[in-house]
Ligand binder design. Structure first.
Ligand code: NCD
Length: 307
């Protein structure tokens, strides 16, 4: 099993490390459901949530996870407009170092920013989403959700649909799912498909009927307009017609296929409320619950050690 000091991406982990994190997270699901706490685990440790980009569930769940393990949690939101230069980021790192922070959770609009910080701070750095690069805790919580529902996390066909080009969620999921022996299909218009996405275990589709045929899991992604340079889709209505996940398109997948979405959802754009809110098919709320457990596992794994 690879030893890791920071969690910068799924890249760099191996199957035993991923499985160990999922097993630890599973124990936290049970603990959270039982209402018990483990507040002595990270007592005296400081966790700083450093968010240069907006977030609801990721920031809140890291905060909750840290508090449930007894850490002192500080939230810092930095406006992207005031901090855009590498130099400023390194100044921030120096400030955080002076505060003796143990765990640093970073979200940034630039790919690679958490890796840069990891070189400059003493704390364990956790990537909470960097540009279009990676979002490792999202892939882990998705894997935990799938494993609990399907009883395994290998040999499954997972269709990831929509705005693949701008999605760090897609990238981390592709790495994790193929590493564990699943088959990934990325489905979307050519304009939203990044170059070089094909890899062993990854197939590209531009048609939902073909891409979803026989899928065990259908994951819809948000159309990330804030990262688009314009003109990448004709209109949101047309996008919905071709790629929006509705009851008819879900019908191409297996009858027991699960519907996932990392949130926040654009209802009526990449997903229809009819399937998003279907308790028999949608596991979107469960993904949020798994998010807290996975983040507790990651904080536990990285926060106990003193470097
Ligand atoms: C995702 C993100 O920020 O990358 N959201 C999340 O963390 N739940 C996906 C998105 O913003 O669409």
């Amino acid at each position: 099993m690879t030893e890791f000091r920071h969690l910068l991406g799924i890249e760099g982990l191996d199957p035993p490390a991923v499985t160990a994190l999922l097993d630890l997270a599973e124990s936290y699901v049970l603990l959270n459901r039982s209402g018990k706490t483990q507040r002595d685990l990270l007592r005296g440790r400081t966790l700083i949530n450093l968010f240069f980009e907006d977030s609801t569930r990721t920031r809140t769940s890291f905060e909750l996870a840290g508090k449930r393990l007894g850490a002192d949690v500080i939230n810092m939101s930095v406006s992207t407009s005031s901090v855009t230069k590498g130099e400023t980021l390194l100044d921030t790192a120096a400030t955080l170092n002076a505060m003796n922070c143990d765990l640093l959770v970073v979200r940034h609009n630039r790919s690679g920013a958490p890796a840069l910080l990891a070189q400059k701070v003493d704390a364990a750095v956790i990537n909470a989403g960097d540009g279009t690069h990676e979002h490792p805790t999202q892939a882990l919580l998705d894997a935990l959700t799938i494993r609990r529902r399907k009883g395994r996390i290998s040999g499954l066909t997972v269709a990831i649909c929509g705005d693949i080009a701008h999605s760090r969620v897609a990238r981390s999921n592709i790495l994790l799912l193929t590493m564990l022996g699943n088959f990934v299909r990325v489905v979307g218009p050519p304009t939203l498909m990044p170059a070089g996405i094909e890899a062993p275990g990854v197939e590209v589709y531009h048609d939902m009927a073909l891409g979803l045929a026989g899928a065990d899991i259908v994951m819809a992604l948000r159309l990330q307009k804030e990262r688009m340079t314009g003109g990448m889709i004709p209109s949101t209505r047309e996008f919905f017609n071709f790629y929006g996940l509705d009851r008819a398109k879900l019908g191409f997948a297996k009858p027991d296929a699960l519907v996932m979405h990392p949130g926040p959802m654009n209802r009526g754009v990449e997903i229809d409320s009819d399937v998003a809110d279907d308790p028999l098919r949608s596991v979107i709320r469960e993904q949020v619950e798994m998010g807290v457990a996975v983040r507790m596992a990651v904080l536990d794994r990285l926060g106990r050690r003193k470097f």
